[in-house]
Design a protein around this ligand. Structure first.
Ligand SMILES: Cc1ncc(COP(=O)(O)O)c(C=O)c1O
Length: 441
């Protein structure tokens, strides 16, 4: 029996986890003090932990679940496929059907390949860009998260001590031991600042394979990119012969054809992931047939040989196809309207309590910042200890009120939600703001 009487079931599990997993977790984002919570089961927009506590899930596994949990149509389709086999050294029809579906959502997508994660999708897009252009370097936005590929993660955690001048941001490693060569091959540009970004890019004319861009980067404040910024980057890349690669791993949920349909431009490649997997690990790269053809194994000279043991496995393909067919135009409009209701309600709570806070976001995702005006770039969002303490007060309060958010105080809407869940969030935000103000001292 238990050697630590009095500890909760979760605390006991965490003691075991600490023996076998570094830090007791497989994903740092799950770490909570004094211990992570452990899921028992979930349905729709509600998750129940092993202590029997049910919460409304606005985290949606880090923005990856558009239909919440255990959607009956996905469960039924995947259960059927499970009985037929999970992965083969044979292709499957469902992979073609799913590719056809995704291409039909956006006419900027001419060809597509599946991989297993957003990290892999971004990595594959970067490697395809290098193969197409014959160039090694990439440019990316300071602070933006694109997964864990050495190049794509540069400067994701930069701070005042090492980020350098705003006119020439330094390439800062995330992991110790990142090859110096990787850092030298990444050019860091500021978000939504065309003048400075183009000035930096101009110092690397003819060197860049691509500019990698998330249209509403979460870690940079979850502000949509300004149209003028996108135009500047599209024009610069076109003139220079570099590619424009969009990371829509999160933002694809924002519109039927992704957040890129907000803008009058065509990227060369788009990395996809998260919601398109219907709850299973997934990634995809979609874009111009000419660029995607660097992966064509039928070519005389295959510029970028590409494969993956579990890529396009029929479980992910089945779940993804069912999920995305259900996420039709009407469903997109509905979740976006629910997000607007939440943002309007939270803004009203900010006004009525007088708390120093603001909300950013777009589509079905938003983020609450405990600062008066929205951060415009990564340097304005870097967490100050005082802001961090207040955020913890707010997040703990929401948690106690039965609401799960992403630990940046970001929320995503899923289709099983209705107005009552939104109103519950707004009301808990309001009492949370009052608590934050009461602890300000
Ligand atoms: C914008 C963006 N790109 C890429 C990734 C990496 O995706 P994955 O965790 O599936 O590797 C993430 C994950 O949060 C992301 O938010």
């Amino acid at each position: 029996m238990s050697e630590s009487p009095g500890l909760s079931a979760s605390a006991l599990l965490y003691e075991r986890a600490l023996e076998v997993l570094p830090g007791g977790v497989s994903r740092n984002t799950l770490l909570r003090r004094p211990h992570p919570l452990y899921a028992d089961h979930a349905a729709g927009c509600r998750v129940t932990d092993i202590e029997g506590v049910e919460r409304v899930d606005f985290a949606n596994n880090m923005a990856s679940l558009i239909h919440g949990h255990a959607h009956p149509a996905i469960v039924a389709a995947v259960s059927d496929q499970l009985k037929k086999g999970t992965a083969f050294m044979l292709a499957t029809e469902v992979e073609i059907r799913f590719a056809e579906h995704l291409l039909s959502r956006n006419d900027r997508f001419e060809k597509l390949r599946f991989v297993n994660s957003g990290t892999e999708a971004v990595m594959t897009a970067v490697k395809a860009s290098r193969a197409f252009t014959g160039r090694a370097k990439i440019a990316k936005i300071e602070g933006a998260y694109h997964g864990q590929y050495d190049y794509a993660e540069v400067s994701q955690t930069a701070g005042p001590a090492n980020w350098g001048s705003v006119d020439c941001p330094s390439s800062v490693p995330v992991a110790y031991g990142t090859p110096v060569g990787a850092l030298a091959d990444v050019v860091v540009i500021p978000f939504n600042d065309s003048e400075r970004a183009v000035a930096v890019l101009n110092r690397h004319k003819g060197e860049l394979a691509c500019v990698l861009l998330d249209l509403m980067p979460h870690r940079v404040g979850l502000n949509p990119a300004e149209a003028e910024f996108i135009t500047a980057l599209r024009e610069w890349t076109k003139a220079d012969g570099a590619l424009l690669v969009l990371d829509e791993v999160i933002t694809f949920r924002a519109e039927f054809g992704g957040a890129q349909t907000w803008y009058d431009m065509t990227p060369d490649l788009t990395a996809l992931g998260k919601v398109i997997g219907g709850g299973f690990p997934v990634g995809a790269i979609a874009g111009s047939a000419k660029v995607m053809d660097v992966m064509n194994p039928l070519a005389d000279n295959v510029l970028f040989p590409h494969s993956g043991t579990f890529s396009a496995n029929p479980i992910t393909m089945t779940a993804g196809l069912v999920a995305m067919e259900l996420f039709d135009e009407a469903a997109v409009v509905r979740v976006n309207a629910l997000a607007k209701r939440a943002v309007d309600g939270i803004n009203e709570a900010i006004r009525s309590t007088g708390v120093s806070a603001c909300v950013t976001g777009g589509g079905s995702m938003f983020r609450v910042h405990l600062q008066e005006s929205p951060p415009l770039n990564y340097r304005q969002i870097s967490v100050l200890p005082e802001r961090d303490r207040r955020l913890t007060v707010l997040l703990d309060h929401l948690f106690d009120e039965g609401l799960m958010l992403i630990n940046t105080c970001s929320a995503t809407i899923s289709t099983p939600m209705g107005e009552s869940e939104i109103d519950m969030l707004v009301s808990a935000m309001k009492s949370g703001f009052e608590k934050v103000m009461a602890t300000d001292g």
